[in-house]
Design a protein around this ligand. Structure first.
Ligand code: BG6
Length: 478
């Protein structure tokens, strides 16, 4: 690789998650997942977590954009853009509809076999997340979600089944999507989607969150070890939402506060990449009197299952101020978050900060010296067709241009190892935080709307052609 160029095998592609695109929520023997009991919301109006599927509510993930039936057409469009990889997840409830069965559902396994074959036909590598906000709902109602240690075994069983089945089709895996979202345990949606637990209903929400995390860290490590035994070529990553927290000012109190706040981010990558709990968290548990139940073999399991790379999403940075403690922001999950006057925000209040991507890549690489994979980045916006029906999403192009520019700097100037870049929602899909269709990220527009109307017709936005050229030039033409 020449100093200023990206490696030839750089993985350009796009990312989605099963529950946000597939639809077919009750087809092919699929069971109800936690995403199936989430209603639609909008900015400022929370999605409701209903107790089962209740008449009168709109559940956007039930249909999503019907990738379940359109995958061949959609993958052909990804191929036209020149994708080298495609990140999606496997819906656990397609494989084990309730989660605690002993035998998997063949129809679910076949769906992913067919979909992966379609990708491979175009030389597009599947990049697969094992758990992306869609555990079987039964595991929540019967077992209490990831609070229950038994779920570790159910997850390992599910992971073993899919890793064995697809061992010759899938090389890149990730365990838990944005596992750190649930650190924001005061926001019900984040805990629920990560682990099926609504933490503020627990007697000690923060302790419950760490207990759940311990179960997931152990499960993740066990699956990394197992995966490597199934196929030593597997690359198995963790996946974290990387929202770096800047000190609001050079006041030493702000600087110290930001460093402490970053522990809430680093905890997740530290355990996954180093295989043990860092001292700052052990001290915190001691201070708070938390008793996290661990089994004697867990420490060894964590050590034996360090992840191969860090998959990260990057959308924004946040700033924190020591004397603003307690003000909080639902998005950053960290008390003390304050608006950063140097950056603009999207319509949903997400702070747009391309330099923060270079910063994030550097802090993670300096900390672990392990490859990084940008598996989500992008701009959620309301797209309006022009008179000819075309979406001229120059705002999205501008966002991605600026972020790719910073990624390239991190790679070519700073020497950070980045495996690939898969922008989020490469085809329009259901928003995770709001359940809207109208918060769009795609290069491909899908005619589907918040009131559930729409034809599902696919069309190319201006960004489609732009990204095709980016990939064709391996990032030279932005
Ligand atoms: C990440 C998730 O949080 O960001 C995705 O991994 C999600 O599932 C994406 O869709 C964008 O968030 P949103 O709320 O705009 O869809």
């Amino acid at each position: 690789m020449k100093q200023h160029q990206l490696p030839k095998d750089f993985l350009w592609g796009g990312a989605v998650a099963a529950h946000q695109v597939e639809g077919g929520w009750d087809q092919g023997g699929k069971g109800i997942s936690i995403a199936d009991v989430l209603t639609g919301g909008r900015h400022g109006v929370d999605r409701v977590i209903t107790d089962g599927i209740i008449d009168g509510y709109l559940y956007p993930n039930h249909q999503a954009v019907d990738f379940y039936s359109h995958y061949k057409q959609d993958i052909a469009l990804f191929a036209e853009m020149g994708f080298k990889c495609f990140r999606t997840s496997i819906a656990w409830s397609r494989i084990f509809p309730k989660g605690d069965e002993l035998q998997p559902n063949e129809a679910g396994l076949q769906f992913y076999d067919d979909m992966f074959d379609e990708l491979l036909k175009y030389n597009i590598q599947p990049v697969i997340t094992l758990s992306h906000f869609e555990m079987p709902w039964h595991l929540v109602t019967e077992y209490g979600g990831w609070k229950n240690r038994k779920v570790v075994d159910f997850f390992i069983r599910y992971s073993e089944v899919v890793m064995r089945r697809y061992q010759h089709k899938v090389k890149y895996w990730m365990t838990f999507n944005e596992i750190n979202n649930q650190r924001n345990y005061k926001t019900p949606l984040f805990g629920y989607c990560c682990s099926g637990v609504i933490f503020n209903q627990e007697e000690n929400p923060e302790q419950a969150m760490y207990q759940v995390l311990h179960h997931q860290f152990v499960a993740s490590a066990a699956v990394v070890k197992l995966g490597h035994a199934i196929n030593p070529e597997f690359q198995i990553g963790c996946m974290i939402a990387c929202v770096p927290l800047y000190p609001y000012s050079c006041n030493p109190d702000d600087v110290m506060y930001a460093q402490e706040a970053m522990h809430e981010r680093f905890l997740f990558s530290d355990v996954h990449m180093r295989g043990y709990y860092p001292s700052y968290i052990l001290r915190e548990w001691e201070r708070k009197g938390f008793d996290i139940v661990m089994e004697p073999q867990d420490a060894q399991t964590l050590r034996d299952g360090c992840a191969d790379y860090i998959g990260l999403s990057y959308y924004m940075s946040n700033a924190v101020q020591a004397n603003a403690k307690g003000t909080g922001s639902a998005l950053s999950g960290f008390e003390g978050s304050v608006p950063n006057p140097y950056v603009k925000t999207s319509e949903w209040g997400w702070q747009i900060d391309p330099v923060g991507l270079r910063y994030s890549l550097n802090i993670l690489y300096e900390r672990y010296q392990k490859p990084l994979f940008i598996v989500e980045n992008g701009f959620g916006a309301i797209d309006k067709p022009d008179a000819s029906g075309k979406i001229n999403d120059d705002y999205r192009i501008a966002y991605m241009q600026a972020h790719i520019e910073q990624m390239k700097k991190a790679m070519t100037y700073d020497g950070v190892e980045v495996m690939g870049y898969t922008p989020w929602g490469c085809i329009d899909c259901v928003s995770f935080t709001t359940g809207q269709y109208s918060k769009r990220y795609g290069f491909i527009y899908v005619d589907k709307h918040d009131d559930n109307s729409g034809t599902m017709k696919r069309s190319k936005k201006a960004s489609f052609d732009w990204f095709r050229k980016v990939i064709a030039s391996n990032g030279e033409t932005l």
